[in-house]
Ligand binder design. Sequence first.
Ligand SMILES: [Cu+2]
Length: 294
Amino acid sequence: MRHGGRFARHRIAIGAASAAASALSAATAWGEETYGYAAPGQIGFQPPVTDLARYLQWFHNDILVPVTVVISLFVLALLIYVVWRFRESANPTPSRTTHNAVLEVAWTILPVIVLLFIAVPSFRLLTMQLTLPPPEVTVKVTASQWHWNYAYPKDEGDFSFDSFMKDQGDLKPESGDIRLLAVDNEAVVPINKVVRLQITATDVIHSFVVQSFGVRVDAVPGRLNETWFKADREGVYYGQCSKICGKDHAFMPIAFRVVSQEKYDAWLADAKKKFAAAPNAIRVAASAVEATRQ
Ligand SMILES: [Cu+2]
């Protein structure tokens, strides 16, 4: 019996150790840096590919997280101290103190200082996100239940196309397709160019989020929101709709491929031919509305 008990405890110890080891290996998976999508077991942000995303992640990782951790630990320590110090057996006759001017001033001023400390980088980030540099490429992004439409304006070819998630049966993992993220038509933009995004929706509120770009903007029907990014690394960067928009909310991924200027020019020439004639959901819907009006 005693032996059995010891072995059981031993097994529990091994279980705990292997759980810790798998948590560690998850941390290594995170360390391997997958660009544009999350690795299994990843904790934290995807690696940034714009200055905006770098600043955003610095603000979160180096300012907000330490502030949150220090305040939480401080409050926890205070609670533990109060529970221990003022328990009934140690403190049989409670004090009748109701005011302490120094304490009250301190717990008003200190949070104000913390908020001011956070406000400076926070407003800098907002200013960076909302001040558009002169755009070199414009893409109009329209969200619908449940896909995205990307339109390239007149000076870039004057075409638009729908982008749907690939079904599991159509995935080609050998060409880099990722389940739930790969799409039939990716938006393509050139590297190191200021890309202006104009974002709207046709039906309900969606939200356009690409983590590696540091971009998060709501897509609101009847309203054109603007933002921008300038990616400095080639690759495919995925995002997802981030406002609950209906039953397929989880299945309308965003895919942006960042390529060299030459590849972009080649893609534009191709896409112009491919999509100019092709009807897409929004044009079909628009002409249907026109037809009912006439
Ligand atoms: Cu959506």
